[in-house]
Structure formats: structure tokens, C-alpha cells
Design a protein around this ligand. Structure first.
Ligand code: G3P
Ligand code: CA
Length: 366
């Protein structure tokens, strides 16, 4: 209890410090922050393409703190993210937790606490654990299959702090609380992770996520909330069967990742593929390199037609993920921002480094 309190005091101190030294927290706490708000105007951005792009904190401020922890959410918020991302999965007892992987291996101490609960491949599935069991785990910086930190210059990889796996509800309460106390209006950006791993192809999972969002007031086109998924079946189910009004983003991966069985992402990136996406989604979330003809090959990036076709079909474009510590040779964080926002003219981006994204946008768009 004492340790937990200590950590939140540290977080609170961080928020206050940032509020005092930066302009991100405007301190206009009297302004109400409706869950349903057109304040940033990003809803119509694709059609007009004249608004300030949005910065989406990828897994919170994951460049600085272990991803998806409440601490990383607070930091992203304090740094001025427009949206904070939640990757979500469902536990054995039907609760929604915020974690990137569908397994607990890469960023928790699950193998120490529950050594016998893995499958034959050594994987600990979120769906095999109750929320109560998951809450006993500590979260640490992401590691690879050999247990080494994926990003060596980020937060130290150890179990010394009682960082926990948050629920979606906890993240919403935290963000809405900060919206109230700071007078800002920051949104959610929820990704349903691999709906196809559930026996009903994620129908119960999608219903549960939407019922939580609905309960907390996210229920229409103006809500400060996007739903994203790599799986088009899930997005179509959400739109056509659940009659959801929230804005939907079709994530586009690489076929080599086997992200969603049977889905050809190369087809999605064609003119016709994009036209088809526009029938059920409000935007696309491609990998950054899918928007250029020469990403990773040149310092002068040339946009391909993907953003243009998306905008012609009224779709937003929110590419992922800009990381200052994982850039191709000859590119800098700002040079990629220039190519994304000034050449390709995307509408927002996911970044692990919220502060750098916000700084770039504030400097270049007004
Ligand atoms: O959701 C956008 C981006 O986060 C997709 O990649 O694997 O980090 O969820 P991933
Ligand atoms: Ca994601």
C-alpha cells in the first residue's frame, strides 16, 4: 500500500511539474470537457485537410515509461497528447485490460508468479488469467524473447516498481479525471487486439469494450474516441451489427506479420482497397513506410498515392509509429514529421514520444 501510494505521489508530482513548466496543461479548469466534443475538429479533417494534425500517444508515453501503465498515461497526458492509445484484450473472467500483446510474457513477471500456467510454447495467454491474477503481476519495460530490453535507452527493465496492468475502465477514469482537473479535452484511441483469437471471433469482446465506452459516455460521432483494429471483420461487425457510432480506423499491417488470418493488407493499400475500407471505416492506420515509395532508402521521402486515395474517399490517415530511437538511417524525428505532415499530409500520427510530436505540431501548425 505504502509503495503504491509513493508511486502515485511521484506521478502527481510529475504532472504538477509539467503543468508548471510547459504550456500543455492549460489550467483552464473551469472549461467543461465533454466526452463528446468537436473541440479539435479532427472529425472532418480528411475532407478539409486544413486542421492541426493530432498526436496519438502510442501505448501512453511509452518512450519514457513502461507501455500502457497508468504512469505512462499520465505522462502522455501531461505532454499534451490529443489522444492516448489503449490496446485491449479480454481476461478469462471477461474483464478488459490494457496491454499490447495477447500474451503476458514480454512485459510482466508472469513466469515468476505463475510458472506453470503457460502453453506448450511457453506463452502465457491473457485469456487464461482472471483480472485478479493479472493484477498481481508487475509490469516492466518491454523485453525480447531473450529477456533483453527491446529499447536499451528507455526506462530500466526491472520489477522494482509496483507498476500494474490497468483495466480499460481505470484508464478512462484517469483520462476523464485529468480532463476535468486540467480543463483539457484528451481522447481515447482503443485497439481491439486480435479479436479472432476468441472462440466467437471476438463478438463478446467487442460488445464488452463498447458497453464500457458507452457507459462512460463515448457513444457518438463526436465522441473523443476512436476504435481501431487490424481485423476488418471485427470493424464491420461493430459498425453493421452493433450499430456503433464511434469513429472506426482500419489498421493496415504487413502480410508477413500474419496479423489477421486470411487478410491481404497489400490489397487494402490499392485504390480499390481503400475505396472498400471507406464503406465501413472513417480512417486508416497504416505503417509509416506504407505511405512512401522510398522509406528506409532515402533521406528525401516521396509519398505514394495511399494518403491521396484515402482523402479522396473521405478517410483520415493516422500512421504508426514514430520512434526517435528506431529511425531509418539519414532520417530524424522531425524529417519524418515533415514528410508525413507537409508532403503526404496525414491527419495525425502515433508516436512513442508524445512530447516531440506535440512540439513539432505546435511549431508547424496553428
Ligand atoms: O494501433 C496503431 C499501432 O499501435 C499498431 O501497431 O502493434 O503497436 O498495436 P501496434
Ligand atoms: Ca496499437
Amino acid at each position: 500500500m505504502y509503495k503504491k501510494l509513493n508511486l502515485y505521489v511521484v506521478c502527481l508530482a510529475f504532472v504538477m511539474m509539467t503543468a508548471c513548466t510547459a504550456t500543455n496543461l492549460k489550467n483552464n479548469a473551469k472549461t467543461p470537457c465533454p466526452v463528446n466534443s468537436k473541440k479539435t475538429g479532427d472529425v472532418m479533417q480528411a475532407k478539409e485537410n486544413c486542421h492541426k494534425p493530432v498526436i496519438i500517444a502510442h501505448r501512453g508515453a511509452s518512450g519514457y515509461l513502461p507501455e500502457h501503465t497508468l504512469e505512462a498515461v499520465v505522462m502522455a497526458y501531461a505532454m499534451g497528447a490529443d489522444y492516448i492509445e489503449q490496446d485491449v484484450s479480454m481476461t478469462k473472467d471477461g474483464k478488459i485490460v490494457v496491454m499490447h500483446d495477447i500474451y503476458l510474457n514480454s512485459d510482466t513477471n508472469v513466469s515468476k508468479l505463475y510458472p506453470k500456467r503457460c502453453d506448450k510454447n511457453g506463452k502465457y495467454h491473457i485469456s487464461d488469467f482472471t483480472l485478479k491474477e493479472i493484477k498481481k503481476l508487475t509490469v516492466h519495460e518491454r523485453t525480447d524473447k531473450n529477456g533483453k530490453a527491446v529499447f536499451s535507452d528507455r526506462f530500466p527493465e526491472n520489477d522494482k516498481l509496483p507498476l500494474r496492468v490497468p483495466t480499460l475502465i481505470e484508464e478512462i477514469i484517469l483520462i476523464q479525471g485529468l480532463n476535468k482537473s486540467t480543463g483539457n479535452c484528451r481522447g481515447l484511441y482503443v485497439e481491439l487486439k486480435k479479436p479472432w483469437v476468441y472462440p466467437d471471433h471476438g463478438k463478446k469482446f467487442a460488445k464488452k469494450v463498447l458497453s464500457i465506452l458507452n457507459k462512460y459516455g463515448y457513444n457518438n460521432r463526436s465522441s473523443k474516441c476512436y476504435i481501431q483494429c487490424f481485423d476488418p471483420y471485427a470493424l464491420k461487425y461493430i459498425k453493421n451489427k452493433l450499430h456503433n457510432q464511434l469513429k472506426l480506423i482500419q489498421l493496415i499491417g504487413k502480410n508477413s506479420w500474419n496479423e489477421t488470418p486470411g487478410i491481404d493488407y497489400n490489397k487494402m493499400l490499392t485504390k480499390n482497397g481503400i475505396k472498400k475500407i471507406a464503406k465501413y471505416a472513417d480512417g486508416i492506420g497504416p505503417d509509416i513506410d506504407q505511405l512512401f515509395t522510398n522509406y528506409g532508402k532515402s533521406s528525401t521521402l516521396k509519398p505514394n498515392n495511399v494518403t491521396k486515395w484515402a482523402h479522396e474517399n473521405g478517410l483520415l490517415v493516422h500512421p504508426y509509429t514514430l520512434r526517435k530511437d528506431s529511425l531509418p538511417e539519414n532520417l530524424t524525428y522531425d524529417s519524418v514529421c515533415n514528410a508525413l505532415f507537409k508532403k503526404a499530409k496525414v491527419d495525425g500520427m502515433f508516436t512513442d514520444f508524445t512530447d516531440l510530436g506535440v512540439e513539432y505540431v505546435n511549431k508547424n501548425f496553428n
